[in-house]
Design a protein around this ligand. Sequence first.
Ligand code: PBG
Length: 332
Amino acid sequence: MYKKLFPKVRPRRLRQNGTIRNLVSDTTISRSKLIQPLFVSDTINSKQEISSMPGQFLYSSEDILNEIESLKDCGINTVALFPNINTEVKDPLSKEALNENNFMCQLVQRIKEEFPDTMLVLDVALDPYNSNGHDGIVIDGKIDNDVTLDALKKMSINLANAGADILAPSDMMDGRIGVIREELEKHNHKDTILLSYAAKYSSNFYGPFRDAVGSAQSEGINKDTYQMDYRNINESFKEIQLDINEGADIVMVKPALAYLDIISKLKCKFDVPIFAYQVSGEYAMLKMGIDKNYFGNNVVPETLISLFRAGSSSVLTYFAKWVAENYDNISN
Ligand code: PBG
């Protein structure tokens, strides 16, 4: 069929130079659509590179302020914060997560004082505070859903009081969006945005993150009883529908690149914004290939474009700053 159309139709006409390619392109990356995840430690005095994520750092509470400033200078105005908590304060009940004056609450207050316009996304899950690395409280060898909900409620209010703009429950307990939303309303936090990690798969790509926050267990940690089975599609519809009904404003798909089909199906089915999280293992994989010169830097925008093309509204990526500074075709 196409043969007959040649030479009238020459698809290469629209590829002959950068200007025309830009004019006809479908998808762009904007700085305003990127969220930088940052790791912060309550014990160190100066930033340390994370060995499984070269180019990413564990920041001290001082260094992180500089980093937020430099992100702002390159047009990144939203950051997701993850704590690495001293093992001595961890316990099986994650009590420190409930302390309203804990390291993260103080840090959030401090950041908001200095950078009121930077949006702060705070993870709601117990793993940084839990001595066994799980996102929920373990009772008799099982992650107890409803006991965990009580803890998440309290943790959410503490973070909202401290000034968190967006709460991002990443624990995958049943019913958590509903109880957190109700509790926020009760405490007059009507404008706190809930970004639900709604379709969070039990993935092999989280390894470097668990190193970075110190939640990895020596024998490995298995979250299959709460995070989703990556063989399933329809289950993501169920999770997203539940979270929308319970009061989520935005839903997240995580990891990203291996889940493009999920993003694109959700985009057609639901009318809430969908965010994708290009996770630590995806970062490590790409960074290693770049550092070894197996492929060029532009593999990064290629992967990000694929997430936007699939239907992501914004993307959390450890490459946010790098892309904002280095990608030629980025817009504001
Ligand atoms: C934990 C949490 C994880 C990530 C974000 N929040 C890891 C996990 O579920 O074990 C992963 C992010 C990444 O790998 O970059 N609640």
